[in-house]
Design a protein around this ligand. Structure first.
Ligand code: ZN
Length: 273
């Protein structure tokens, strides 16, 4: 790679300096420095304990009360409740303040981007949020804190208060569909940028991963910042492996080069002729 003086860094800096609308996709790697383990990295939750993935499977969750009891225990003990945003989260806030962040797509459910200061409407939570609950039967939603209080008070698998149905965190489990509105907005953001930055994601979970490819196909430059190789590294203009808490603030701080040309992207209807 050649470190900060290498070709990858040079290209990444150039692209960040000239980009006018940046869409970002973040994954678990953005939050590991905040103490939240990822899933597929060397110390990932599923790498160390493959059986844990079953807790994220919707069919097991619905069919097996023991899976739900374990899932509630895991939610209660989740490190996200104590986690603070890190320099990588704050870099996206700075990018937004510079007026160049089109949208931030995230696979994370920990709300650390919002807690760092990004307005909720700038964040597209592809996999939902762990801060809310949803009833799988009637669709009623509520705060996770209220459900966890019931767990702490002795209900190991608290049912929906409206209908008695199965409650779950408002996150997308394996076997569940992503929110159609969120998907549409994410697709639009991928098409409507001149630079797409994938940070801290292994780009192996679809459809999230496909947005990087979609953006590249639509003509945006792709920068991948991830410790491990991804299936899209060969499509990327630059691949950076250094820690995100260093990489993202450095890239966001690159001085912006003004361009006289209008920005034309596939997501802009005026270009559809
Ligand atoms: Zn219900």
């Amino acid at each position: 790679m050649g470190g900060r003086d290498g070709a990858e860094w040079r290209r990444a800096r150039e692209l960040f300096g000239s980009a006018r609308r940046i869409t970002a996709l973040t994954g678990a790697g953005v939050s590991t420095a905040s103490g939240i383990p990822d899933f597929r990295g060397p110390n990932g939750v599923w790498t160390k304990n493959p059986a844990a993935q079953r807790l994220s499977d919707i069919d097991s969750y619905v069919a097996d009360p023991q899976v739900r009891v374990q899932a509630w225990r895991n939610r209660a003990e989740h490190p996200a409740w104590q986690a603070e945003p890190n320099a990588a989260h704050r870099a996206f806030v700075d990018l937004d303040r510079s007026g160049r962040l089109g949208a931030l797509l995230t696979q994370n459910i920990d709300e650390l981007h919002q807690r760092a200061g990004l307005a909720p409407d700038r964040v597209l939570e592809l996999h939902g949020t762990m801060f809310r609950t949803v009833c799988l039967d009637c669709g009623a939603t509520g705060p996770m804190s209220a459900a966890l209080e019931r767990v702490a008070a002795g209900e190991p698998d608290p049912p929906c208060r409206s209908c008695g149905g199965i409650l779950k965190s408002a996150t997308v489990s394996f076997g569940q569909s992503l929110d159609a509105d969120v998907l549409r907005s994410a697709q639009r953001a991928a098409l409507d940028c001149d630079l797409f930055v994938a940070a801290g994601t292994s780009l192996t979970v679809h459809p999230a991963a496909a947005f990087a490819e979609l953006a590249a196909k639509a003509g945006a430059d792709l920068i991948i910042c991830n410790a491990e190789p991804t299936p899209y590294d060969h499509v990327a203009a630059a691949v950076l492996r250094e820690p995100l808490v260093e990489v993202l603030p450095e890239l966001v701080a690159v001085p912006v080069v003004d361009s006289p040309d209008p920005l034309r992207t596939w997501g802009d209807p005026s270009t559809w002729s």
